[in-house]
Ligand binder design. Structure first.
Ligand code: TYM
Length: 339
């Protein structure tokens, strides 16, 4: 992390159910650490979640749960801006403007669109297709320097950069071109416990495939015990040949703070059972305090509303200042009543 202090950081997660261990290790844990050195903005991206059909009551509950989880993980509203995407209309507004600077071919190349349109064959809506433009708007609205995300978001970030560069090329330096900050090796793509060549995802069919942040200790132990490994019976780090074992080693390292060499020294003469159980214990140790804090925070809806209201006010002010520049650059007269 070598950007100058107080550079702006922006990131977000979708309120589409609980977060997985992959979300936490690949993104949120980094966000918490970045608060000391950066001007951080963390968004609950509710508009993005609408690209798949949602039950309104459940979505509302998930939005507050995700806000409580941000806080439980250590995002501090006194130091960072936490807000709900739909509370700042400039996100949707800028997304429209940026859509006119994005080519169909660019969107067609997005692997997440290809994957999601396979998963949701009955509802391949235009929002699913234009989703990366909304994500570009999220980032560009805050003159963001760094965007800490897991590897699966890399392609979207490259598109956000391309859109910013294209716009600036036509109208002058309106946007800052953001830099991705992909999680470090090993946790950039935490794998599915049942199919360790795929990323761990909220939408995997089997519950055993993913560890959720609020899973009970017994459930975590069960999921790791049932994690798919291989028939070789040796603990080595070989992502290609032994992806299940490599994933467990990566998770153990991330949860204990130990290096890969230390992990191999610790496990190499042992059986998979020990690796599985100790990984479950290490994960449980980092999730236990989050679960406890979450219960309290999630019960206090009034406090969560206050945090989101104050975050929205800060975000709106910053986003509107950038919107004014964008509208002006495009030749759209800025409404006097607006700013
Ligand atoms: P979302 O909600 O799918 O995931 C939130 C964050 O978690 C990371 N992540 C992972 N990291 C490592 N291993 C995994 N298995 C894993 N699964 C998920 C994601 O990379 C992400 O950083 N489009 C985004 C949300 C978004 C956003 C933004 C992010 C909307 N606008 C602007 C950054 C900036 C998404 O759906 O993340």
């Amino acid at each position: 992390m070598n950007a100058s202090p107080r550079s702006t950081v922006f990131s977000g997660a979708q309120p589409s159910g609980q977060l997985t261990l992959g979300n936490y290790l690949g993104a949120m844990r980094t966000w918490v650490q970045m608060q000391d050195d950066y001007d951080c903005i963390f968004c609950v991206v509710d508009l993005h979640a609408l690209t798949v059909r949602q039950d309104p009551a459940q979505l509302r509950a998930h939005i507050f749960e995700l806000t409580a989880l941000y806080l439980a993980c250590g995002i501090d509203p006194a130091r960072s801006t936490i807000f709900l995407q739909s509370h700042v209309p400039a996100h949707a507004e800028l997304a429209w403007l940026l859509a006119t600077f994005t080519q169909m071919g660019e969107l067609e190349r997005m692997t997440q669109f290809k994957d999601k349109s396979q998963q949701h064959k009955h509802n391949i809506n235009a929002g699913l297709f234009t989703y990366p433009i909304l994500m570009a708007a999220d980032i560009l609205l805050y003159h963001t320097h760094r965007v800490p995300v897991g590897e699966d978001q890399k392609q979207h970030l490259e598109l956000a950069r391309d859109i910013a560069i294209r716009f600036n090329g036509l109208y002058g330096p309106v946007f800052r071109v953001p830099e991705p900050l992909i999680a470090r090796d090993g946790v950039a793509r935490v794998k599915d416990l049942q199919n360790p060549t795929k990323k761990m995802s909220k939408s995997a069919e089997s519950e055993l495939a993913r560890v959720m942040l609020l899973d009970a200790p017994e459930a975590i132990l069960k999921k790791f015990k049932k994690a798919v490994t291989d028939a070789l019976g040796v603990i080595r780090y070989d992502e290609e040949g032994q992806p299940g074992v490599a994933n467990l080693l990566n998770i153990w390292c991330a949860a204990t703070g130990q290096s890969r060499e230390q992990a191999l020294a610790h496990f190499s003469h042992h059986q998979y059972g020990k690796l599985k159980v100790e990984t479950a214990e290490a994960v449980n140790a980092i999730l236990q305090p989050i679960r406890t804090r979450f219960q309290e925070l999630n019960a206090d809806r009034e406090m969560l509303q206050t945090v989101l209201a104050s975050g929205a006010e800060q975000a709106r002010r910053r986003a509107d200042a950038v919107m004014e520049k964008v509208l002006d650059a495009l030749g759209l007269p800025v409404a006097r009543s607006r700013f």
